[in-house]
Design a protein around this ligand. Structure first.
Ligand SMILES: O=C(O)C(=O)C[C@H](O)[C@H](O)CO
Length: 304
């Protein structure tokens, strides 16, 4: 039975943020973990939040587990791959936006979906299952199919499936494969949370409405189209609302803006908020996150 359990599936990396005078701050982040982080911070204590990935047996993998546990994110389904380590990325700011340089080709997370039984065990009883285009990008083709199969099984048992395409062309073998896999993943999802400016070059969408229409055609029920500082479109089959973020936010590092938006939106919806109320909360939280370095901000900073 589907319960109050949020399970996020993906890769947590070592994150190096800052970089002025070649001084970096080491953190742990990854798009699906970032959303789990904001879910944990904003959801009621009656919800469990679990992260599903694979890590190694090295000191950084152990530290990631300890870090997640210390912040109330469950790690019991995280697999251990001997001889593999977490991936790593550096953030740099250029032309008003954040950019990522990755060392993740042989990360443990790439092997997270080798065992179907482990996937089924992790998703059993989930009320919400969350994954992203990055989750799909780092897997081998057969593992992608295995993961999608496990998510369909969870959905058949009552889970609501949420997908953020989170387009990262550098992680894909070709734009064609990327477009095909992102579309397949959306097809098994109830809620899709794309970013219009990322999707337009791949799918040819001319507006946020066209981005939403494309996902509705696939059978998705709720589409939340983010568009940076421009208004987000929140579309259900019954209504469409556009809501802009409040102007004047100070941008220090936009890393994690979309992921925190998703976490705030989904936690508000899970608590019974309307799409409009959830979008207001999402813009507010993302506005705080972009004022800090790195993807994860101290939950104490998120209080209204
Ligand atoms: O690019 C990735 O894989 C990351 O997870 C790094 C950032 O935290 C993420 O992209 C922000 O959405």
């Amino acid at each position: 039975m589907a319960g109050k359990r949020f399970v996020s599936i993906g890769e947590c990396m070592i994150e190096m943020s800052g970089g002025e005078d070649r001084q970096y701050r080491l953190g742990y982040a990854g798009d699906t973990l970032n959303t789990a982080w904001y879910m944990r911070a904003l959801l009621g204590a009656d919800w469990d939040v679990d992260y599903f990935t694979a890590l190694g047996a090295d000191r950084y993998s152990a530290d990631i587990r300890a870090f997640l546990e210390a912040h109330g994110i469950g790690t019991r389904f995280i697999g251990t791959i001997e001889g593999r380590r977490p991936g790593l990325y550096l953030i740099h700011q250029e032309k008003g936006d954040r950019h990522f340089t990755y060392w993740r080709d042989t990360s443990a997370a790439r092997l997270m979906a080798e065992d179907r039984q482990a996937l089924d065990a992790a998703l059993e009883g989930a009320g919400i299952v969350y994954f992203s285009g990055i989750t799909m990008a780092i897997l081998q083709p057969r593992a992608r199919g295995r993961l999608l199969g496990a998510i369909v099984t969870a959905r058949d048992k009552g889970a609501r499936v949420v997908f953020d395409p989170n387009v990262r062309p550098a992680l894909w073998s070709s734009p064609r494969v990327m477009g095909a896999v992102l579309t397949a993943a959306a097809t098994i999802s109830d809620v899709v949370m794309p970013t219009h400016s990322d999707e337009a070059p791949i799918f040819g969408d001319k507006s946020v409405d066209e981005t939403a229409d494309r996902y509705f055609e696939l059978g998705v029920e709720e589409v939340v189209v983010k568009d940076g500082a421009k208004p987000a479109l929140i579309a259900t089959r019954a209504e469409r609302i556009e809501l802009a973020p409040k102007p004047g936010a100070k941008v220090v590092d936009a890393t994690g803006a979309g992921d925190s938006f998703n976490g705030a939106y989904l936690s508000a919806r899970a608590a019974g908020a309307s799409p409009m109320e959830a979008a207001e909360a999402a813009h507010r939280i993302a506005g705080i996150v972009i004022g800090e370095r790195g993807a994860l901000v101290d939950p104490a900073l998120l209080k209204a």
